[in-house]
Design a protein around this ligand. Structure first.
Ligand SMILES: Nc1nc2c(c(=O)[nH]1)N[C@@H](CN(C=O)c1ccc(C(=O)N[C@@H](CCC(=O)O)C(=O)O)cc1)CN2
Length: 284
């Protein structure tokens, strides 16, 4: 069987080209504020990717790097300023937060302006996933939905999600249920193999490097690797591409799959937030 390798970077390029055309006619330009606390190298890398992407479409990006020892009060104060700034249309706090701030993640995300929450992580935006249409939705979940709906109509498909994250598995499960997919969530990569072998769509977020092999798959399944394991400066995923090629129908690999598309969906969310703040304001 031929395996289609889904190139997230190519899908992202199509999205960015369309957004660049829209942004070209906008004044003021959409502005994203990124709050990075500490100096984690992976997080810094992801922030640089986001800055570059915003620049590619002609938007403005303000990356604010706060020291590792930033207190909750200081971080909330920074967010409050950005919430009130009319020139800032989108705000995100790069996760994970370091040290003691990690235990305050929900407080931090709840302090974001709902209309500027371009990650879709605010409890209100996560709650809106139970209604139709949602407003701002997690970029990783939107990226997976783009690929799944390209593969086949989700209605009736068995989708198996290995993981339990609030930024991917939970929102993606709700989006898929709304489209009539049969969804099975396996929170940990424990006793996952039997169900995975029946999956039409398998999304593996929690796992170990190159854990998923051909024997784990239903022939022709769509496999989305959503794991990022860094070793010696290189990233790999949960899926072994050499093993699954020839068994999977479609493979979304790491690198080059869901990551670049996630960033393109962030740009779409930035434009959604911009339109809500700028055009809706003009309606009065
Ligand atoms: N505030 C947020 N924090 C985090 C999120 C998020 O959506 N919002 N998601 C992840 C990290 N992430 C975005 O921040 C992210 C992960 C991976 C990639 C990516 O493009 N990876 C490349 C490989 C790595 C590289 O080339 O540098 C790929 O898969 O091809 C982008 C963004 C946790 N934090």
């Amino acid at each position: 069987m031929d395996t289609v390798i889904v190139k997230g970077s190519e899908m992202a390029s199509v999205i960015k080209a369309k957004l660049k055309e829209e942004v070209n006619d906008l004044f003021p330009k959409p502005q994203l504020a990124i709050l990075l606390v500490g100096d984690d190298e992976e997080s810094r890398r992801y922030v640089r990717l986001k800055e570059k992407a915003v620049d590619e479409i002609g938007g403005q990006c303000r990356a604010i790097n706060l020291p590792e020892n930033t207190t909750l009060v200081e971080l909330l104060g920074q967010i409050r300023e950005l919430n009130a700034d009319p020139h800032t249309h989108g705000i995100l706090v790069q996760l994970p937060l370091p040290g003691p701030l990690a235990t305050e993640q929900e407080t931090v995300l709840s302090s974001l302006s709902v209309v500027k929450d371009v990650d879709g992580f605010h409890p209100f935006n996560r709650g809106k996933l139970f209604s139709t249409p949602p407003f701002l939705v997690s970029c990783a979940a939107l990226a997976c939905m783009d690929i799944i709906t390209m593969y086949r109509n989700p209605r009736g498909l068995l989708t198996v999600l290995v993981g339990d994250s609030f930024d991917l598995v939970q929102p993606l499960a709700l989006l898929l249920m709304a489209r009539g997919s049969r969804v099975c969530i396996i929170p940990e990569a424990h006793e996952w193999e039997e169900v995975a072998a029946r999956a039409d769509v398998l999304v593996v977020e929690k796992g170990r490097p190159l854990m998923v092999k051909a024997d784990h798959l239903k022939p022709g399944a769509l496999v989305i690797d959503a794991g990022f394991h860094w070793e010696a400066g290189r990233v790999c995923g949960n899926v072994d591409p050499m093993s699954v090629t020839g068994k999977a129908g479609w493979l979304v690999p790491v690198p080059g799959g869901i990551g670049p598309l996630l960033i393109a969906k962030l740009l779409e969310n930035l434009l959604t937030a911009y339109r809500e703040q700028v055009f809706a304001a003009d309606d009065w």
